[in-house]
Write a protein that binds this ligand. Structure first.
Ligand code: BGP
Length: 470
């Protein structure tokens, strides 16, 4: 069947600096919150980096990026998404001047991408704010962090204006309400935060997101800036109207962030929620003006869907930073995330129906415990048919959305190379087309091995989707 993907579709893969680079204290980099989160969201943060923290070394992308990008080029990537580690550029977050060695690293990284015709897609903040901002200002609870973030953004926009034309502001900006330390560098324990504090921190990030969107348009007129939302796709567990209402209200927790970035103002239902719950956020007239700087596209992560129910006794399961009720029609991953390819088409359709902006899927993938084995020629590989099935089924649904007329500009599958997982800080939860020989006890040669999915994705990109199994 003729592929429906546009000829300029941006096929690629995605990682985040803190989950792959390692070199956590090299070349002047300051500590980020990730350097003191050895268990990810599973356990408490530590006072200082500890040897069990796999992210301190990651997959040593900081030193191996040339080899890795060459592999991405072999797959035919058109785009490669990564983040700039804020504390590599401003070690303490509030430094007056940037760290030149940090800037040099990303210059070389983007040059390596462009050498193969791969467009960098850069996330400014991907769960790795400088730890010093947490210690000195309590992170995004302090309005001054907006100006520190603007300084960081302006510095990298000016430095990479001729190399990077696609930018995302905050990774899964809605996640600050779920993980305030990881996303907002807020030291105060979530249980001690008032809703007014939490939503004020959210507000400051939203203002910062809009402010740097304006900055980017001024400094790099031909660049495109997107917001990035954690796509939580919610279904009612049953057709009971109570479940439908519950799902409708839960959906708003995601869509309110897209609304603010696409429409340039808070949706009335969120303002009403603040009013009804006596939530006071520090919003000024100037903030309202800044929020009007809307994005060029909406990007989001999609892994699974969840169900909402009014029946508290129904069975629960997990998802990307989101809990829901088990959908009896769906299978789950080993980490309990329910696999729902059609939910991706549903999400694309809903987002476009609501906001009429181009859409970019910047995370989608299957975390699994891959086993490295020898193939018939004695080469080491992983027969990850389960990952090929997952990705193929999701891409077929993306194609249906495109065929419905929805402008999907690209797809960067998550963890295009094995990296340290975010929520659980494990290597064993692998997403990549490329296996990295490192295990959860920190041992391994760091050698890279192409999985079966490497060749599958290479052919999908080469044929612009023709080889997808429909
Ligand atoms: C998203 C993050 C990514 C990535 C992904 C997979 O929330 O944006 O950084 O980690 O989740 O989650 P995990 O790594 O926990 O499996």
């Amino acid at each position: 069947m003729k592929s429906k993907f546009p000829k300029d579709f941006l096929w690629g893969g995605a990682v985040a600096a803190n989950q792959c680079e390692g070199a956590y204290n090299e070349d002047g980099k300051g500590l980020s919150v990730q350097d003191v989160m050895p268990q990810g969201l599973r356990g408490d943060r530590t006072d200082k980096p500890t040897p069990d923290n796999l992210k301190l070394k990651g997959i040593d992308f900081y030193h191996c990026y040339r080899e890795d990008i060459k592999l991405f080029a072999e797959m035919g990537f058109k785009v490669f998404r990564t983040s700039i580690a804020w504390s590599r550029i401003f070690p303490n977050g509030d430094d007056a001047a940037p760290n030149e060695k940090g800037l040099e690293f990303y210059d070389k990284l983007f040059d390596e991408c462009l050498k193969y015709g791969i467009q960098p897609l850069v996330t400014l903040s991907h769960y790795e704010p400088p730890l010093a901002l947490a210690e000195k200002y309590n992170g995004w609870l302090d309005r001054r962090t907006i100006s520190f973030f603007e300084r960081f953004a302006e510095t990298v926009f000016k430095r990479y204006k001729n190399k990077v034309k696609y930018w995302l502001t905050f990774n899964e900006i809605n996640a600050i309400l779920k993980a305030p330390f990881m996303c907002g560098a807020i030291m105060t324990d979530k249980s001690q935060l008032t809703k007014s504090q939490l939503y004020t921190a959210m507000h400051y990030q939203l203002v910062a997101s809009a402010s740097v969107t304006r900055l980017c348009h001024e400094i790099i007129p031909d660049a495109k800036v997107g917001c990035m939302i954690l796509g939580v796709t919610v279904y009612p567990l049953t057709p009971s109207p109570d479940d439908v209402i519950k799902a409708m209200l839960r959906d708003r927790e995601t869509y309110q962030f897209a609304h603010i970035h696409a429409r340039g103002e808070y949706p009335s239902y969120l303002l009403r929620y603040f009013e009804k719950n006596n939530i006071k956020i520090d919003i000024t007239e100037s903030d309202r003006e800044i929020l009007k700087n809307t994005v060029d596209f909406i990007s989001f992560s999609y892994y699974s869907s969840i169900c909402e129910s009014a029946d508290e006794n129904a069975d629960m399961t997990g998802g990307n930073l989101s809990k829901g009720f088990i959908n009896p029609y769906l299978k789950s991953t080993a980490w309990g995330w329910q696999i729902d390819p059609k939910g991706l088409r549903y999400t694309l359709t809903k987002l476009y129906d609501l906001y009429s902006l181009p859409l970019f899927i910047v995370e989608n993938g299957l975390g699994a415990e891959d086993i490295l084995a020898e193939d018939e020629n004695g080469n080491k590989t992983v027969n990850d048919d389960y990952r090929i099935d997952y990705l193929n089924s999701h891409l077929v649904e993306v194609e249906k959305a495109i065929d419905d007329g929805i402008p999907v500009i690209g797809y960067t599958s998550w963890g295009c190379i094995d990296i340290v997982s975010a929520s659980t800080a494990e290597m064993k939860k692998r997403y990549g087309y490329i296996y990295v020989d490192r295990t959860d006890d920190g041992s391994g040669t760091l050698k890279r091995y192409k999985k079966k999915s490497f060749y599958w994705y290479r052919d999908v990109i080469k044929t612009n989707g023709e080889t997808l199994k429909r």
